[in-house]
Write a protein that binds this ligand. Sequence first.
Ligand code: SAH
Length: 366
Amino acid sequence: MSQQPGQLTFVAPRRAKPARHLADLSMPDRRAAVAELGEKAFRADQLSRHYFERLNADVHAMTDLPAAARDKLSVLLPSLLTPVKELTTDGGTTRKTLWRLFDGALVESVLMRYPDRATMCVSSQAGCGMNCPFCATGQAGLTRNMSTAEIVEQVVSGARALAAGDVPGGPGRVNNVVFMGMGEPLANYKQVIGAVRRMVEPAPHGLGISARGVTVSTVGLVPAIAKLADEGLPVTLALSLHAPDDELRDTLVPINTRWKVSEVLDAAWAYAAKTKRRVSIEYALIKDINDQEWRADLLGKLVRNKLVHVNLIPLNPTPGSKWTASRPEDERAFVRRLEFHGVPVTVRDTRGREIDGACGQLAATE
Ligand code: SAH
């Protein structure tokens, strides 16, 4: 379903839900679920160790479980994601996977391995309702929210590939997770929080990824940012600002018609104050649209002296869009203006462009 310019969709269409999975459940709920199946509660711990620590979801390989228990417990490990297509670049260290969900919905995730770490970029919704005109995902509208386990499974799949040594660089693990794939994570709040909890819970109950290694990126849903600050999960908040003035941001990030630049920045500063975490401001540099020096100056004034880091992203081209990345000299001038204000700034490398796997390019088409 494509959207009219500026149209926002908050509520995902009602669809059949994916099957319940171990990764949907907190530890107490896992014990209850196992008991409901007529098994001893400690089997939940065994199952968790297999799934979250050994990354194994095949009950037949769980030889510490009696055969009858394996059969019963297998209902807690349904297969949720089916790989449809895999594309790699950067000598195999960047890999994008297109997944089919149980109902045919398509999503993508991207694994990026660097010399010192590996980052999994995950989707939180099939499609997106936020309709940012420069983002490929935004153009197709929202299909549905993903479940907690569907989100976690993307990370587990990356972790498995790294552990098995399938990614060049030797066996490794997932160090970072960024919610920068398809979807607006804070529009699927409950499932996303559940997924973050599974990721950061220490093994064997969760994946044991450091909370500071998890980044939730948002267009700026102000009430949800406030709620996130109260979760006691010190994840990194990334705010997709893209313009320092309401006039332009109203068109680039349509949610701005509801919550203005000043409101969303206040929510970000409150988040930083409460979590002591530096907030990332994401700013895609679009040639002659938002890359003027006066805008850099305005941005610098808005964010200077705050617990902040500005991430400039050269715009990644999306099909049919008239927009393109800024000229190198304009990008340099933009950086210089921010540095003049003492604002920490980096230009993000655009991994995966060749495979339409970079920021804003995920469209999940076969
Ligand atoms: N909905 C969330 C997360 C998904 S997008 C959000 O908007 O933050 C992850 C980042 O990629 C966001 O900062 C987004 O604005 C940016 N992005 C989207 N399209 C892009 C494009 N074509 N080029 C560069 N960055 C883009």
